[in-house]
Each structure stands twice: as C-alpha cells, then as structure tokens.
Design a protein around this ligand. Structure first.
Ligand SMILES: [Mg+2]
Length: 355
C-alpha cells in the first residue's frame, strides 16, 4: 500500500458542558481530521485532538508537525500488517495524538484493502460491549433521578464522581444509590485525586460495603495510589496518574493495580494500545478504553479497541452528551447501555464536509 495523498483539516466542536482541568476550563474541543489516500484511491480518516491539561503536546505542536508531514509522507509504502505500519510511522517525529490519527487512517486503509484483516489479526472481536454512564456532581435527588433515567435506558454500570469537600456527603449519596438500586447496577467511583493517602484509606474502607467495582484515582499522586492499591479492599483504577505509555507498562507489570483507564489519544495511538491490551490480558489486569472527548471519527477507533478487549467490564465511551453537534453522525451511538460493532462494516463511512 502506498500513500498517494495526505491532507488535514482543523475542526472545533462546542462542548455542551464545559469541563474543568487543573489549570483551565475547556469549552470546545479542537483538533484535526487527517485524510490519507492510497494508490487505489481509497481515502480514510484519522483524528488528532490533543486534550489540554492531559496531552503532553499542544494543538500548535501537532499543527507544526502536520505542516511538514504533508510534504514528507506521500510516496511512503507499508505492507498490510501492523508491524509495517509501525515501521512506516517511525520515520516521522510524531506526537501521541498524531500517532493516533495516522495509525487510525493507515490501519483503516489496510482494513479497507483486506476485509478479513480484523478477523485474521485478533483472537476475539466482540460484537457488542457495555459502556458506563457518567454521573457528575449534583444534589442527591438529581443524582438518583439521573441514574434512574439511565437505568431505564438499560445502562447497568455507573461511574459516579466523588471527592466533595465533605466526604460524609459523598458517602450518603453512594449509600442512597446503593439502597435504591442494590445489586441491579454496578458502581464505580472517580475521586479525581482529591484525597490524601490517609483519608483515602479510611474513606475507601467505609465505601467498601457498597460493593464498588473500582475507584479511580483516590490519591493526589501516583505513588500514594500505588501504595494504597496494596491493601485496599476496593480495586484501584489509574487514569490521570498515567502520563505516558511507559507508566502504563510499568503499572501492568509490577503493580497491584487491576484496572487501567486507557486513553489512546493521550498515550499515543492504536498499535501501542493493542500491545497494552495484550500485555494486560496476560497479567490478568483490566484495560478500560476511555474517550478523551474525541469526535465521532476518533471515537470509532476507540470502539474498535474496546471490541478487542477480553473482559466484560464496561468501557468509558458514552460520548453522547459531549457535543452540541458532532463533526458527523456518530455511527457508534449507545443503545441499551451498549455499543454494537460489526467488523464487516469497519471502518465506517463518515459523511464529512471538510474544507
Ligand atoms: Mg477518571
């Protein structure tokens, strides 16, 4: 396969609900859609959208590289396998979000050329998987209503944000959720690094009676989270503590961490995510594929990854309420708390008007 054409287009999507990082409020998602064509005139897309506050690179970094890449990459060839794609892309100095975009487009081209590629390359490909509903902060009554609404839409896993200044309030809310829904739902919690080690230890001991699936990021730093995981009765999941692919590998091979929240746009792509999925599987750890507010284009690659993960825990790909209007139709909308996948129709056709 030879790359015959390469283009990129900026996009900007308004978020329905702005979100707060440690340093800023994000109200819109900016990125690039790249388009790559092969010598057979197949054209596939990939998304590059570094997430401010999480990605190591900025959108300006990505654009600078893209400007050069459009002159460099045309004429390059790869065989139709992942090793060859990795070798091709290693010729360029990419940043993680660009690695993601290029891998998405080039792997898309390979799948387009070889319809059996997915089936032949991976041991198991799921045709559906569950996603968690995310429940943000709010009054107790609103939280219960919100869970009830999603429960009626057949969601069964709920990720509830905690870490209020008053832990007793967190506790009461989780207690009420548990009283109302019992074992009918699975509860996972995200404390977003709010607690000290000592607080986390005692708070988690109290929450354990509610049968929590896992708690994300209880302590304010990686070291404390790793220490806590050694004795915690509730499994600890790591998300923002992991800032590089090296961190992820380290945690898989030598930690007590059982759940890894994997954000491929931030950690650097699809091929490295596949390696992590395989390694985690061998070590009996669970990778949860998670969105970093990608558009429908980038999300489709995350959906592919989630179908290749061999456990039945829900993934973090419910993106339905992110944008006022997505870049194009999302072909992987959530239905009955699940996303459905047909490998015969991947990569999907995106109706994009790019300029
Ligand atoms: Mg998190």
């Amino acid at each position: 396969m030879t790359i015959n054409n390469f283009k990129y287009f900026p996009f900007s999507l308004k978020l329905k609900n702005p979100f707060q990082t440690s340093s800023q409020t994000i109200t819109e998602r900016n990125g690039f859609i790249i388009s790559i064509s092969d010598e057979l005139e197949n054209t596939l897309f990939g998304e590059c959208s570094p997430l401010p506050g999480f990605s190591l690179e900025t959108i300006e970094d990505a654009e600078r590289i893209l400007r050069g890449l459009q002159y460099q990459i045309v004429g390059f060839s790869a065989e139709e396998n992942l090793n060859s794609v990795a070798a091709l892309l290693s010729e360029f100095h990419l940043v993680p979000s660009l690695q993601f975009a290029l891998e998405q487009a080039v792997i898309g081209l390979i799948i387009k050329r070889n319809k059996n590629f997915i089936k032949d390359s991976f041991a198991t490909v799921k045709s559906e998987f569950g996603v968690n509903a995310v429940i943000g902060f709010g009054e107790e009554e609103n939280i219960l209503d919100r869970i009830n609404e999603k429960f009626n839409e057949s969601y069964s896993t709920f990720k509830i944000k905690i870490g209020r200044d008053d832990f007793d309030l967190d506790y009461r809310i989780i207690q009420s959720v548990h009283e109302k829904f019992g074992d009918k739902i699975k509860i996972r919690l995200d404390a977003n690094r709010k607690w000290s080690f000592e607080n986390a230890k005692s708070f988690i001991e109290r929450l354990a009676i509610f049968g929590i699936e896992y708690i994300e990021e209880p302590c304010s730093n990686l070291y404390d989270n790793l220490q806590l995981a050694q004795t915690s009765t509730v499994p600890i999941a790591l998300d923002e503590s992991l800032s590089s692919i090296e961190d992820v590998h380290k945690v898989i091979s030598d930690g007590y961490i059982n759940f890894i929240i994997l954000k491929p746009m931030i950690y650097g792509g699809i091929i490295s995510s596949l390696q992590i999925i395989q390694e985690a599987w061998k070590k009996n750890k669970n990778v949860i594929i998670s969105s970093s507010f990608e558009s429908a284009v980038g999300k489709s690659a995350l959906v592919l990854l989630a179908t290749l993960v061999n456990h039945s825990f829900a993934h973090g790909l419910d993106t339905s309420e992110y944008f006022k209007q997505d870049i194009c139709r999302d072909l992987y909308e959530v239905n009955n708390g699940k996303i459905f996948f047909d490998h015969n129709n991947f990569p999907p056709h995106f109706d994009l008007s790019l300029s």
